[in-house]
Design a protein around this ligand. Structure first.
Ligand SMILES: NC(=O)C1=CN([C@@H]2O[C@H](COP(=O)(O)OP(=O)(O)OC[C@H]3O[C@@H](n4cnc5c(N)ncnc54)[C@H](OP(=O)(O)O)[C@@H]3O)[C@@H](O)[C@H]2O)C=CC1
Ligand SMILES: O=C(O)C1=N[C@H](C(=O)O)C[C@H](O)C1
Length: 276
């Protein structure tokens, strides 16, 4: 059995950062060795466990990512886009693997991540839950069978603080539908309906965004055919399922070669989809 795998968490005071600290204390094979917060934040120096609402861990929150990287095996990143890109560049410089859960990257920023993954193993997934990834695995096959005659709309709901829209998961679901139909999402997506948009464009994939209060994250793929409608819904009721997925990805990265991986790789779902 390999030894303990030393993990660092950035954006540790955030909703996901705190969920990750809560989750990691229950994993004997993972050890939290670095809790990294925003430079200048009032909570720097506080105990990472106490900040997350669990037992004291004797680990003060630091802003020194470069110093922390020297002493860890894998970094978990759920910071805002610009901060995440800087943190990933630091991982490349330190030759450390990284799990990235941040959403909202532009096409160019995604290319930066692809470039980073030529140097380090990198798991990138807009949603770390098992349920969403099972849906992503089967959606291309379902969409291929239904075909473009079924109108697809993707509805997502999140808490009022969420920065990006549509969610990274909604876009990934849209991409899975487009893949199954032999389309490119950027050519068929409808992100906005306003004024008099006219009849629905055949074969398009629509997105609708809801924001409110403390909703953790809900996604429905709504597939309307003549005389019937299929709705595939995932509801997250706690961030701990995302945190558990990120920890699973962090463990899975042990001894991997540099590459861009996703949760389908981590969960072995690519083998499963090959059987379809
Ligand atoms: N892949 C997945 O499964 C999931 C992905 N996400 C994604 O994770 C990301 C974070 O979500 P969430 O935790 O809700 O966000 P929060 O807003 O709760 O947390 C963001 C954290 O980033 C910190 N931060 C802000 N600016 C900087 C900076 N310049 N440098 C370093 N740290 C900074 C903030 O620090 P401070 O507290 O000091 O302001 C805060 O702690 C989003 O992109 C979200 O979409 C979320 C859930 C699941
Ligand atoms: O910001 C969030 O909270 C979430 N973001 C992810 C996304 O954009 O898809 C995943 C999850 O739904 C929660």
């Amino acid at each position: 059995m390999a030894g303990v795998w030393r993990v660092g968490i950035t954006a540790v005071a955030g909703r996901m950062g705190r969920a990750l600290v809560q989750a990691i204390v229950a994993h004997p094979e993972l050890q939290l060795v670095a809790a990294i917060g925003r430079s200048g934040a009032a909570y720097l120096g506080e105990d990472a466990g106490r900040l997350a609402g669990v037992q004291a861990l004797g680990l003060p929150v630091t802003a020194d990512l470069v110093g922390a990287l020297a002493d860890l095996d894998v970094l978990i990143e759920f910071g805002p886009v610009e901060a995440a890109l800087a943190h990933i560049a630091a991982c490349v410089a330190a030759a450390k693997p990284v799990v990235v859960g941040t959403t909202g990257f532009s096409v160019d920023q995604r290319a930066e991540l692809e470039n980073a993954s030529r140097h380090i193993p990198l798991v990138l997934a807009p949603n770390m839950s098992v349920g969403v990834n099972v849906l992503l695995a089967f959606l291309p096959a379902i969409s291929a069978v239904l075909g473009e005659g079924y109108d697809v709309e993707i509805v997502e709901a999140h808490h009022r603080h969420k920065m990006d829209a549509p969610s990274g998961t909604a876009l990934a679901l849209g991409r899975a539908v487009a893949t199954g139909r032999g389309q490119r999402l950027d050519e068929v997506q409808c992100l906005d309906r306003n004024g008099i948009p006219g009849p629905r464009m055949a074969g398009s994939i629509g997105f609708a965004t809801l924001r409110g209060a403390d909703v953790v994250g809900e996604h429905t793929v709504w597939m309307a055919g003549t005389g019937e409608r299929l709705e595939l819904t995932h509801r997250a009721s706690s961030r701990l399922n995302f945190a558990e997925g990120a920890l699973r990805a962090a463990s899975w990265l042990r001894n991997r070669a540099p590459n861009l991986y996703d949760m389908q790789d981590v969960l072995g779902l690519k083998d499963l989809t090959a059987l379809q």
